[in-house]
Design a binder for this molecule. Sequence first.
Ligand SMILES: [Zn+2]
Length: 547
Amino acid sequence: MQASRRQEGSRKKSSNRAQNSTPIRNTATRLGICFAVAQASACDFHISNRYTKLLENRVSYTKQTTAPHSNRYKKALLATCSFRLFSLYFSSRIRRVSSLPATRRAPRTSSGLTLAFLPWYLRRHRGVDMRRILPGLTIALCAMVFPACAFAQQKPIVIAASTVLDGRGHILHDTRIVIENSKIVRIDPNASPVTYDLRGLTVLPGWIDCHVHITYHFGPNGRAEDKDETPEQSALAIESNAWLTLMGGFTTVQSVGSPEDKPLRDMINRRAIPGPRILTAFRPLFGRGDATGTPEQIRAYIDKVAANGADLIKIFASKSIRDGGGPTLSQEQLSAACSEAKKYGLRTLVHAYRDSVRMATLAGCTEVEHGTFATDDDLRLMAQHGAYFDPQVGLVIQNYLDNENRYLGIGNYTESGFAQMKQALPLDADLFRRALKTPGLKIVFGTDAVAGADGRNAEELIDRVRDGGQDPMAAMVSANSLAAESMNLQDEIGSIAPGLQADIIALDGDPLDDITAVRRVAFVMKGGMVYKNVARAHIPQYAGVTP
Ligand SMILES: [Zn+2]
């Protein structure tokens, strides 16, 4: 019964095909719609898997039911490509077609125009057996899709600036920055037309924070720990931290240890949510004396973290400052960890106080974090070994003290823990001044931002300059090209120069004259995409972060 119905169906199909070309024409129309939808919705990113599958099915069906006609292929291809080029040119001449930026406007408009070409093409071939033109039509439609992708970012973005700090310690005046796709292609004072006029502001590379905990947040109960928090609430709070950090002018951060960093990093990289570029250590190595393990066991642990796709290794070689900051890893253990990481080309960031500063330096670790109680000899040793030093003077402890009631009673956030942190404040300020006087010591910018500090990362810059006495240009470089160098990313980020990522911010004010200008971030571009532009308006306040 079923078999006979199938036979009947297939007979119907073939007789239809013989009488007229309606089913094939329907297929062609469906095919055209598929391509058009795919082109309109997906040309800026990737054609989604769903559409790709649809297209594959259609194309294979077309192959089975038609024979090739090379002349018609060529004609259709030529006609569509010519029309495509004409409509691209035509639409690029039209201004204010939509609110889309210029780089997207032309391809999108031309997509619409090219789509209008389809009914005309079908009408023109009305009398012809549709089977004969279907292959040509397929190729023609392909030709419509690909130029849209190829030309999607054709027009450069031009930023006009009166003052540019290039991130390497130089100042450029009255120039223009030309951006194509995600990168800076040239600095050209005569480039035009201007897309973003940032004259009157100070333009510089997006800042880099070498030490954050971007996933740490206060729960719905307002405290640093909330056992009733749902995964959804946690995810939103983390996403908010990423947004605040980006709005604060930080286009890259190094998050030093949380499993949630990975999905956050990957979502931001896919431009699914806004946030800074993230490098992460995932799971840090926590020193616990002998209980940490033998050097062999430590090497095995590093192997595991490296295999998980970590961007760097974070090591806790000292107790918390709230517990006195004594060493938790021996010289042998530290050497095992840092040399093993080096085998994978991974950098090592070591949380270190007191003697651990010296031990981490001798172990060949990349960067020392905090460093409280380090001696002048320790600082000189770091300079000799080329270790980067990331001290904190302006945000992390102040943030704990400002939010004491949100932390108190959790873990080692005890009364005595807070007393220890208060004592550390002047010690850290003194350490920073001594570090500045140490010849050749590479001081990078890192805040150790935890819950409550996201979006206020630039406060650390203010304290380093205003209270610590750092030269403001050196402070800017420490959060730009030097920070990038510490991450081996100097060819990618941290400077305004051709070939680098277009991570560009602008401040209302000149930080070289008034360091508090770092609070007034008026423009944020990351990888060529603008996330904030209030160049000619008041600077908004986000989640209590005062501009
Ligand atoms: Zn930290």
